[in-house]
Design a protein around this ligand. Structure first.
Ligand code: TNX
Length: 594
């Protein structure tokens, strides 16, 4: 099965290259040693540079950022031009240095500049990343106490990003990336003025949990593809990647104590397509790649339903102890592990223990959805035992909202995926202390079609165009769930019909940026007309980065020149065969997967 979204080619122009344009930072004039007066050549050079500078206009406005920042104060007279000899200067802190290295890696390919990274004092320089403890005085005063906030100051002399944490600096870097011309996304050098519009941005997120989910069970996606999705999250300040690692059609993570889960349960995928699974080393590479981008991986082992692949591998877990045939269809709700057998709880403890050991983040997602054949007390009893196992591992339980009737454990989180904002069972669980991640099926589900003619995707929760993805408020969405109980927003991408990276990107762009803004930006800073305009400017960025996207008719994309198209999805590389996962890479030194 490989349905390709042929409308997904994105006819958006690349930023015009300007071979004549050179960086225009005026160097201090040299003087003739004898007289102390500048030479004629020096004067001519600085005059030319000054003229070039006058002609240099930013291609982006300071407010053109997605998600919308909390506060934007443009100063048009204070535009900055990146000099070719700039270094990235950074506070002497390991996390901050990582962010500085990331900024340099982002800027080097398109600018062709060397951009060495160096500690901040003694020379401040034109690119500064400062880690500043939140104090009542000084520049850090305007940095939010929030762990993810940052402040960006753009003056003719320097771009300064200040934050209380490396994560805040990282988000500031993503903002700076968006303020540079779209050609900054090019993987090859482009000659042009790298102008940043002048002014100040002070920013912080509205909700602490901002995520996306990738279903790697219905179709398997290799490490490189997942890493590229992580890059997409990071661009839009999303900080969690939920991996749906197990389902009826495939088990995608190696578990030493139950090895057949991967080697047998991992062979299959929807439609007879190639399966695959992550070795512990693969999974660690994903986690490390995400961590470097300030993204936390949330692993999901879906229980007690959605377990056909596990039952194929270990029939002892099945209620009738008979191995079912492998499943490659797209129905749900038929499989379950036997909740009456103690061996099932050994399995749950072993699997969750091994996954937890590989996962530095605080969350363990236990699924819990659509277990239609495990009813009433059998279901709540199972969930309560699984919750205790997670708590015993020192992790916080996340589960689909069907787990709401089960007893409360400290900090547990319900992921709500309904389509009707009135759910008394969830409201009651919240009264008992649960928190909620909102993934409303009719706003946040990235596997829903955009329009009736979208070639892939579902429509059981309705059609989700960009406006629908954008137009809702997490703080008031669920009756009886106050804003304080809302941890954040997550956009799930189920992959029954999604078979390649290009198809992932086609479903993700442009809706993920819309959902990122719902999660990050306060209501006072967001509006649909403004968002449409800001988002339009991202088309050329995605184009330059080789990202497939749906050219939604709701967005006023810049006009396209004839004959510029993204590669067809069919040309993108397929999933590796089972056991033939992508070769190991050094995540510490590998730049973004492109
Ligand atoms: C419902 S949402 C499911 C998934 C499907 C999805 C398709 C949820 C927790 N369960 O098993 O893949 O619909 O949209």
């Amino acid at each position: 099965m490989s349905r390709t979204p042929r409308t997904g080619v994105a006819p958006v122009p690349e930023q015009p290259s300007r071979p004549d344009a050179a960086p225009t930072r005026a160097a201090p004039p040299t003087v003739t040693p004898a007289t102390g007066t500048p030479t004629a050549g020096t004067l001519a050079r600085s005059a030319a540079q000054a003229a070039g500078r006058l002609l240099t206009r930013p291609t982006v406005g300071l407010g053109d950022v997605v998600p919308a920042p909390a506060s934007v104060r443009p100063r048009p007279a204070a535009d900055f031009v990146l000099p070719a000899d700039a270094a990235v200067r950074v506070s002497a802190d390991a996390g901050a240095r990582e962010v500085a290295g990331h900024l340099a890696e982002l800027l080097r390919p398109a600018t062709g500049y060397p951009l060495p990274v160096a500690d901040l004092p003694p020379a401040p320089g034109p690119l500064q990343l400062t880690l500043a403890a939140a104090t009542p005085q000084g520049p850090a005063a305007t940095v939010s106490a929030d762990a993810e906030g940052y402040r960006l100051d753009v003056d003719p002399d320097a771009v300064r990003i200040t934050a209380g944490t490396a994560t805040g600096l990282f988000h500031g870097v993503q903002t700076l990336r968006q303020l540079l011309p779209a050609a900054v996304e090019s993987r090859t050098p482009v000659a042009q003025h790298w102008v940043v519009p002048g002014g100040m941005i002070v920013d912080r997120p509205r909700f602490p949990y901002r995520g996306a989910m990738l279903d790697v069970a219905r179709h398997f996606f290799g490490v490189e593809e997942v890493c590229r999705v992580i890059d997409h999250l990071a661009r839009y300040k999303l900080n969690h990647l939920h991996l749906h690692l197990t389902d009826d059609q495939g088990w995608r993570i190696a578990v030493d104590s139950w090895p057949r889960l991967a080697t047998v349960g991992g062979r299959t995928a929807v439609g007879g397509d190639p399966g695959g699974w992550y070795t512990a080393a693969d999974y660690r590479r994903i986690v490390a790649y995400a961590a470097r981008r300030h993204v936390t991986v949330v692993p999901e082992v879906d229980l007690p339903g959605h377990t056909n692949a596990a039952l194929v591998a270990y029939p002892e877990l099945a209620p009738d102890k008979i191995a079912p045939p492998p499943y490659t269809g797209t129905e749900v709700g038929f499989s379950y592990v036997d909740p009456t057998d103690e061996r099932t709880y050994d399995f749950v403890a072993d699997v969750l223990g091994e996954v937890a050991a590989l996962t530095p983040g605080p969350w363990l997602h236990i699924g819990g959805d659509e277990a239609y054949k495990v009813k009433g007390a059998a279901y709540t009893g199972f969930v309560e035992r699984a919750q205790r196992i997670v708590a015993g591992l020192g992790r916080t339980v996340v589960g689909w909202h069907q787990i709401a009737p089960a007893g409360q454990v400290d900090g547990r989180v319900l992921q709500w995926w309904g389509t009707d904002g009135d759910d008394p069972t969830v409201a009651e669980a919240v009264r008992r202390g649960a928190r909620v991640i909102l993934s409303p099926g009719n706003h946040a589900y990235l596997d829903m079609k955009y329009a009736p003619d979208t070639p892939i995707g579902h429509d059981w929760a309705g059609l989700i165009d960009v406006h629908r993805a954008y137009h809702w408020d997490p703080a008031t969405h669920l009756t009886g769930v106050p804003a304080e109980a809302v941890l954040g927003v997550e956009a799930p991408l189920w992959t029954e019909s999604v078979t390649s990276l290009a198809e992932i990107e086609f479903m993700v762009f442009p809706r993920l940026p819309a959902l990122a803004e719902v999660a990050w930006s306060t209501p006072s800073t967001r509006s649909w007309p403004g968002f449409r305009e800001r988002l339009a400017g991202h088309g050329p960025r995605w184009h330059a980065a080789g990202i497939a996207f749906h050219p939604s008719p709701e967005i006023p994309w810049p006009a396209a020149p004839a004959g510029r198209h993204l590669p067809d999805a069919a040309e993108t590389h397929r999933n590796p065969a089972p056991g033939q996962l992508s070769p190991a890479r050094d995540t510490a030194t590998t730049p973004d997967v492109r």
